[in-house]
Design a protein around this ligand. Sequence first.
Ligand SMILES: [Zn+2]
Length: 298
Amino acid sequence: MTLLSTIIRAIYLTTIALVVFLTPERAIAKSEAIKVKKQKLYYGKTKSGKKLYVIRMHKEDHKLPMRPAVIVTGGVHGNEYMGLVKGIAQKVDENGKGFKEFFTSGGVVYFFPEVNPDGVVKKNRFNNHGMDLNRDFKIGRKPSQSETAQFVDFLEKDLDRFHARLILAMDYHCCARSLIYPEIKKGNGFYKEQFNKIVTLMKTHVDPEYVSGVTKDIFGHATHGTLKGYWYKKFGALSFTYEGSDPKEEFKKFNGHMSWWKDLMGVVVDVYDNRLAELTPEIQNPSKTGEAPALYTE
Ligand SMILES: [Zn+2]
């Protein structure tokens, strides 16, 4: 072998080795489409016999010890049903922006389009027993209604089964055109920062005119037993009541909601990757707060 051919051969082999070495596994994995399991599950029935259901999505294989979880609910007040939660569940692209990274991280997302199906059918705020379900979620006791009890029971067991940590919860209502977050203890910068981020994203994607704050800022009084308060207190989740405008008008913003959700999934992955330890549930003792007056808000 001549010296020249030895040199050429050496350059050739080095190039091959470099190409193999420099193509990281992650780059290959990133371009691959992922597959997500999407199921409609029945978790109970109302007293009138209407089925309670959830659409759950997650990737089957997952190696990390804990998954991030997201809950999206609607139809807690049947007269405020907008159809958005069902629409979003149908349109989720597991390989699209935000969602792909979320599912790759092991994420589980739950869509409950009709928490109160009797109310949705009758366009009624209450369930068949005249109860406002968004006052029935209180720390330290089981929810009193069949809809709320089965809902919480299913979800808490399922989160356990998946070893999932609830990071974000969004409860869709109308019609106060606002995004409402729970009252946080003073000095907790993490929540303030995350709430502000999520409010800004809502204004960017959905409606810049919508306002934000705690319930008192929006309605002039506090409420007890709301779903948003429950997820925040129990799991330290970033938890909201979204108040749209009237249902038909709000549905025109559907694409805005979809792009908001793509960014929200990015927020969830960021918290999961970098700030998980900062999610702080409140003390689990029964709250001493009395019953709120029956004001038809939130
Ligand atoms: Zn409501």
